[in-house]
Design a protein around this ligand. Sequence first.
Ligand code: SAM
Ligand code: SF4
Length: 346
Amino acid sequence: MLEAEGEDKQLLFKRSREITDHYIGNRVHLRGLIEYSNVCIKDCYYCGIRKSNKNQLRYTLSNEEVLECARYALEHQYGSIVIQAGERCDAGFTSGITELLKEIKKISGGKLGITLSLGEQSEEVYREWFKAGGHRYLLRIESSIQALYNRIHPGNDRHSFEKRVNALHNIRKSGFQLGTGVMIGLPGQTTEDLASDLLFLRELDVDMVGMGPYVEHRDTPLYAEKDLLISRQQRLDLAFKMIAALRIMMKDINIAAATALQALDPVGREKAIRIGANILMPNISPGMYRKSYKLYEDKPCVDERPADCNQCLDVRIGMTGSCIGYNEWGDSKHFTPKQEKVLTGI
Ligand code: SAM
Ligand code: SF4
């Protein structure tokens, strides 16, 4: 499927759309993206906000700024938010998030669904955040091929593949709907690697997936390998095939139309929705910070305020033949059976 071209590729996309319509329906659910902080203790070779990038000014939103974003999501009937940030494990950070979660639950009367994407934490912290109100967690494996994972991360304990996999299991054990994903089109990555990634996602039986193209950033070590990259168009094309193939393999999971798709194609996310993605994460971070949460070049919407996005959302989603499920959490349909299994002890 990942190598399909011409008529085969069209058949692949047609089939993935049919499966989406049948198992998911035509509603796309929103997660208002709050880029909480670009402070990070890690040094992933591909990421613009890595600790060692001294060209990057650092910020952390105040609690009031986060609550303002949450109110915005509520008023605009987004249904859910996602809080994302660089990784920090100090007690000040983890307890700060716990307090924020409780506060968001309070001001929204429990109406806003909350996804977290805050990196590797101890099982205890995951449990604390789940108890405080987070219920979905996204931690990408980045690549399920250990040798490739090791090539794109520093070789130290803080960036270990085993720890990453262990964190995924702990997220699930703590009660969260589990989300993971990979970058597509990394230097030296093969189609076989990507096929293995899809099998990894199925094996782990994830509830949600966020995967998108790798996009280079000049202030990162991986930029030195840019001559090994396939073209941006090829990365985009591979990302669409990955989404379509995954939808065929895992029919009822949530699949996000990653922001990186929009960095490579202004309507990349809409194209992904047409062929199997069902989650969109519009950026609702305060406009003045957006330029500082720059993971890769050509990040979209950096000059906009949240209100600017609203007008285009309905039009953009309408173009795909789907519509927005306002005021709904849009949880992963895949999750329910597992939750029942835990509850009934099966
Ligand atoms: N720090 C947390 C973590 O790593 O899980 C959450 C934030 S991190 C910025 C979110 C995701 O951004 C990562 O999982 C990674 O896949 C993606 N990312 C970082 N740099 C990227 C790049 N150059 N191209 C595409 N995606 C990138
Ligand atoms: Fe930090 Fe996440 Fe970027 Fe890695 S991908 S450097 S953990 S923000």
